[in-house]
Ligand binder design. Structure first.
Ligand code: AHR
Length: 665
């Protein structure tokens, strides 16, 4: 249930009303511009191809197994008539399978195939779809196809809701394109191809909505890409996660396979296909259609620093925990050489001159200007001595060749404990610039972490809170209370902006019919999406990150949910762009609390002027947004009249997160 007006306006307006029980928070505004700079990268996003985040998600391709490369070559397809899967004379050497269609043996019999898409081919009435295919009429040099968007559940005379005819002309492979308009909408449709002429070979069958993000041909879903842009993220970490490592090294994410002609990017396994038997998806692979070039473009589009993560020569240590020695490359320079070369080549792909091999590929793909890559993460959730033994070779080489690139190391999969305590000093020894920490932890953990970063070494590497989310005990979904605790935790990140330089919630995306892991930040079906309460928390921090962290205390102490602080967590920043003080407070307690915010150090004639208060609240801590109701938990903003004093009194409703933006007058 949604509560629209979370702040008790009256008590805010009537000075003195809060009375003796007011808590006093002191915001030190004496030298705001001297506060620790908030890094532009502070609040970002982490993309991993989990939960059908790429194929079937952000990547707008609607055909599953478009190149017939799944181990079962026709998985996702139904074929009828005279059809055969072949490899001889294939047009794309890294995707060698294609299909041969010959006319059926009788006028009333048919040859063709139909694709089921990702959880159905979903089309919307009145919208257009861009179909493309590679074909050759190898026999007579002429053939014909009829391509349909079809509703198999239709009770109408005609299953097709849109169709187009394509003449195939010539014995050599050529690309054919056509636009199909859907007269009716279909949720669980198919893409159907009828052979209407002589024998033909077909390859790389593709269907995109005509409308994609920025109108790009190999494009992204507009609603999902826009949701990312609306977060105003400072950094985009990609492509994972565990898929960076692979179940084995052969199936690790190899960025070089994800660039160049899209038709020739080889298929890779996706470990999320089989990791959980209880959430099993046998048709989940990586087409690499959304590859490193597209990730760099996306970063540029949404103003985020790209942060690619690459393999350190260790496959997933968790999956190989019973085989600790078997799943990695030896810790020698020679054995690691191809992995290290991949990093150097990646930097060249992103930043190199167009005269270089990889810089030229970037230019050929359409982006001659460098992507201005500044960060590289090496290894995902690695642990034990195995990791530093390998990482050191990467650090040596990358430092020498590219001193300008910042290196991100890992502290393993745990938020604390043996591996964490071992790896942090190792990362420091190796001179990592940032250390990636992961924590998917319950409410109790988040409640106890308000002071986590207050104690960190100020001289060591900086922190990248690279994967985190509150996983409610017995409630693994995106309920409001989890997002409130994430907000509480994030005030501690913000207070420690001198040591925490990046933070990214995880995972980012989930298809409602194809998830393996939850909670997640943004959910969708094939055409519709919604933002979770956690999304709004991330967005509130990102939009209000300010420029400098400033001190906020209560009884001389940071406000971090400690025993004597009644469930309050708070941080403050200065925003030099509009001379505003931004105060964030999470009241995780069950009671309304009155707080006097004392702006200490304001110039004699200055006072707090008008302000806005944005709040995120739900009466029911288990409330969540959904495709059917996207606005159960959404932020509400109110403009408030000038305070005209150096102290602003605010009333904080129970279980509510607040962002106050105070103007100085
Ligand atoms: O985000 C899901 C997984 O959690 C990531 O792949 C991995 O890095 C972590 O264990």
């Amino acid at each position: 249930m949604n509560k629209i007006i979370p702040v008790t306006l009256l008590s805010m307006l009537l000075a003195g009303n809060a009375g003796a029980q007011d808590k006093v928070m002191t915001v030190d505004v004496s030298k705001p511009a001297k506060g620790a700079p908030i890094q532009s990268t502070m609040y970002g996003i982490f993309f991993e191809d989990i939960n059908y985040a790429a194929d079937g998600g952000l990547y707008a391709e609607m055909v599953k197994n478009r190149s017939f490369e799944f181990p079962q070559a026709l998985l996702g397809w139904q074929s009828f008539g005279n059809i055969e899967v072949r490899t001889e004379g294939a047009p794309f050497e890294r995707n060698p399978h294609y299909v041969r269609l010959r006319p059926a043996s009788h006028n009333d019999k048919r040859t063709g195939l139909q694709n089921e898409g990702f959880f159905g081919v979903t089309v919307e009435a009145g919208k257009s779809y861009r179909f493309s295919i590679y074909a050759r009429a190898f026999d007579s040099g002429k053939s014909k196809l009829r391509v349909e968007l079809a509703d198999l559940a239709s009770m109408g005379e005609n299953q097709a809701v849109g169709s187009v005819s394509l003449d195939i002309d010539g014995k050599d492979w050529k690309k054919y394109t056509a636009t199909i308009k859907a007269d009716k909408g279909v949720k669980k449709g198919v893409l159907r191809i009828f052979l209407k002429g002589d024998a033909v070979d077909l390859e790389h069958v593709s269907l995109f909505p005509s409308e994609t993000w920025k109108g790009r041909e190999n494009g992204l879903r507009t609603d999902l890409a826009q949701a990312l842009a609306d977060l105003h993220p400072g950094v985009l970490r990609f492509p994972g996660g565990c898929i960076v490592e692979g179940t084995d090294l052969a199936t690790r994410y190899q960025w070089k396979n994800s660039v160049g002609t899209v038709e020739n990017r080889p298929l890779n396994e996706n470990r999320w296909h089989y990791t959980f038997e209880h959430r099993y998806f046998p048709d989940y692979y990586q087409s690499y259609g959304l590859g490193f070039y597209e990730f760099f473009l996306l970063s540029e589009d949404i103003g985020a620093e790209p942060l690619p993560i690459v393999s350190v020569g260790l496959s997933c240590q968790f999956q190989n925990r019973n085989n600790p020695k078997g799943a990695h490359v030896d810790a020698t320079r020679e054995a690691l050489d191809p992995y290290i070369q991949d990093v150097l080549d990646l930097i060249e792909f992103a930043n190199g001159a167009t005269s270089t091999k990889w810089g030229k590929l970037r230019a050929d793909m359409g982006h001659p200007a460098p992507f201005n890559l500044k960060f590289v993460g090496i290894g995902n959730e690695q642990w034990d001595q195995l990791y530093p033994d390998r990482l050191k070779f990467f650090v040596d080489v990358v430092r020498k060749a590219h001193p300008e690139i910042k290196i991100v190391g890992s502290s393993g999969p745990d938020s604390e404990g043996k591996q964490f305590d071992f790896l942090w000093p190792e990362m420091k020894k190796l001179g990592a610039d940032l250390v990636d920490e992961h924590f998917y932890r319950p409410e109790s953990w988040f409640l106890a972490q308000g002071n986590r970063y207050d104690k960190y070494d100020r001289k060591g590497p900086k922190v990248f809170a690279g994967e985190y989310a509150c996983h409610g005990k017995g409630k693994k979904w995106n309920h409001f209370n989890a997002s409130l605790l994430e907000a509480a935790f994030m005030t501690g990140i913000e207070r420690n902006a001198d040591v925490v330089h990046m933070a990214t919630y995880a995972p980012l995306f989930a298809h409602v019919e194809g998830w393996q892991w939850r909670p997640d930040m943004i959910w969708y079906d094939n055409t519709n999406s919604f933002k979770t309460a956690s999304y709004y928390v991330q967005q509130l921090f990102s939009l209000n990150k300010g420029t400098n962290a400033i001190k906020l205390t209560m009884n001389g102490k940071a406000v971090a949910g400690n025993d004597d602080q009644d469930g309050l967590f708070a941080s403050a920043v200065y925003d030099a762009a509009d001379n505003t003080y931004v105060v964030k407070i999470a009241n995780v307690s069950d009671k309304t609390q009155s707080v006097s915010l004392n702006f200490n150090g304001l110039k004699k004639k200055s006072a707090i002027g008008t302000y806005t208060v944005t709040s995120l609240h739900a009466d029911n801590p288990d409330a969540e947004n959904s495709l059917d109701n996207k606005s159960v938990v959404v932020p509400q903003t109110k403009s408030m009249p000038a305070v005209g004093d150096k102290t602003a009194k605010v009333s904080l409703d129970a279980k509510t997160f607040y962002v106050f933006r105070f103007k100085v007058q």
